[in-house]
Ligand binder design. Structure first.
Ligand SMILES: Cc1cc2nc3c(=O)[nH]c(=O)nc-3n(C[C@H](O)[C@H](O)[C@H](O)COP(=O)(O)OP(=O)(O)OC[C@H]3O[C@@H](n4cnc5c(N)ncnc54)[C@H](O)[C@@H]3O)c2cc1C
Length: 381
């Protein structure tokens, strides 16, 4: 079996395939975690997901995260420090009260905090903050280490990992996959898993299958190392609006900006983020970067005194309906897609590996979920 893509999704899939005693080769055109999975935030937010399947998947993934560090045998900097969605204006409190109520109904431990409770938990925030939705179930992880840990553990189970090797074609005969052509020769395989994230449409095209996964660009500012500044991870209610708004929706803030704030183990702050459709262009202009900075400093004024040392840009794999595609292609036997996780790929990586196994083994366990994650739904809407 060949897995294309060495981000969190491809490495998670390769790990599960190898662990279940399948012969696997993971092929990555650059480095492990070298694309979106190494240019993103570190949050494993549950409360930011929509009720229904998105929350169910995120909760199942979180259960897998609980023991993942031990299982993979390497630190992935997983911490369950809680997460907060800050609300800037009293006029948004009603909508956020509804947001909290819906998530409680979905079985989540989330509560609405008033201004004083919010500032007591996050003293770095501005005193104009009206309140926040808080959940102690939200967590964080180092996404780059996660991709590397999955790849290393897959190798221990016998997987071969080939980096700096690009898949240039998928070879098919009589409607079946027979292998892949790479920049380093042909590889025979009866099953190919397309885990190329924002590049998954290009891989599907090699088999003649149309797959609508668009790159949704996001930029993050990285600061110098500072003393612990926040507790857990922070989003703002504008982030939730930008994330769930459809393309062309008039409610999207300029550049799709909404605050995401996290702090690495070493002390660097990750300040995000934007959401834009600009193809695969990584050149983010100063207008976008300064808009991210002004939005963040409005919410956390102390950030005005912290230096930005660099920026990073990633492409969220966007499907349009907030759900990834995890499915077998009907027209080409042996071609599987596991891609399209938009802004939730870090949170959903562990469960995605399990879902691919369930798909291959035709297990009952996740059958209802997999029905909703199918490829065809993109052409039905
Ligand atoms: C700014 C930003 C912030 C985010 N924050 C969060 C967050 O806090 N929490 C969260 O859950 N998610 C977050 N996300 C989303 C998350 O990063 C993605 O959903 C996830 O990284 C996607 O992983 P992937 O493995 O599908 O894609 P990628 O990491 O992009 O991996 C795909 C891989 O396929 C490889 N590839 C492509 N074509 C080929 C080819 N022809 N041959 C071989 N290899 C190929 C690429 O080189 C790449 O390494 C964020 C995203 C962005 C952009």
């Amino acid at each position: 079996m060949v897995v294309i893509g060495g981000g969190v999704i491809g490495t998670s899939v390769a790990y599960q395939l190898a662990k279940t005693k399948r012969k696997v080769m993971l092929i990555e055109k650059g480095e492990i975690g070298g694309q979106t999975s190494g240019s993103c935030d570190k949050a494993i937010f549950l409360q930011s997901k929509q009720p229904g399947l998105p929350i169910q998947m995120a909760k199942a993934s979180m259960r897998l995260y609980e023991n993942l560090e031990d299982e993979l045998g390497m630190s992935i900097e997983f911490k369950k420090n809680g997460g907060m969605i800050v609300i800037e204006s009293d006029t948004h409190m009603d909508a956020m009260a509804k947001f909290v109520k819906e998530r409680k109904k979905a079985g989540m431990d989330v509560k609405l905090l008033d201004r004083n409770e919010t500032l007591a938990w996050q003293p770095g925030l501005s005193s104009h903050i009206a309140g926040a939705a808080f959940s102690k179930e939200d967590a964080e992880v180092n996404p780059l280490r996660l991709s590397q840990a999955f790849a290393q553990a897959a190798k221990r189970y016998g997987a071969v990992v080939r980096t700096h090797t690009e898949v240039t074609d998928i070879i098919c005969a009589d409607g079946k996959v027979t292998g892949v052509q790479t920049t380093d020769g042909k590889i025979a395989a009866e099953t190919v898993v397309n885990a190329a994230g924002p590049f998954a449409s290009q891989i599907a095209e090699m088999t003649g299958i149309g797959l609508t996964i668009m790159p949704r660009r996001g930029a993050i500012l990285i600061t110098e190392k500072i003393e612990p500044f926040i507790h857990g991870n922070i989003l703002c209610s504008q982030y939730i609006a930008a994330k769930h708004a459809a393309s062309g929706d008039g409610d999207i803030p300029p550049y799709g900006i909404g605050l995401s704030l996290g702090q690495t183990e070493r002390g660097n702050l990750l300040i995000g983020a934007s959401r834009e459709f600009k193809g695969y262009d990584k050149a983010v202009g100063p207008d976008v970067l300064s808009a991210i900075a002004s939005h963040a400093t409005r919410i956390a004024p102390a950030l005005n005194n912290v230096n930005i040392i660099r920026t990073m840009v990633g492409f969220r794999p966007f499907t349009g309906d907030g759900l990834p595609i995890i499915d077998k292609a009907k027209a080409v036997e042996g071609f599987i897609t596991a891609a399209g996780h938009e802004g939730d790929g870090i949170a959903l990586a562990p469960i995605t590996g399990h879902l691919v196994i369930s798909l291959l083994e035709d297990e009952e366990h996740y059958k209802d979920w997999l029905k909703r994650l199918r490829l065809e739904r993109m052409h039905e809407v």
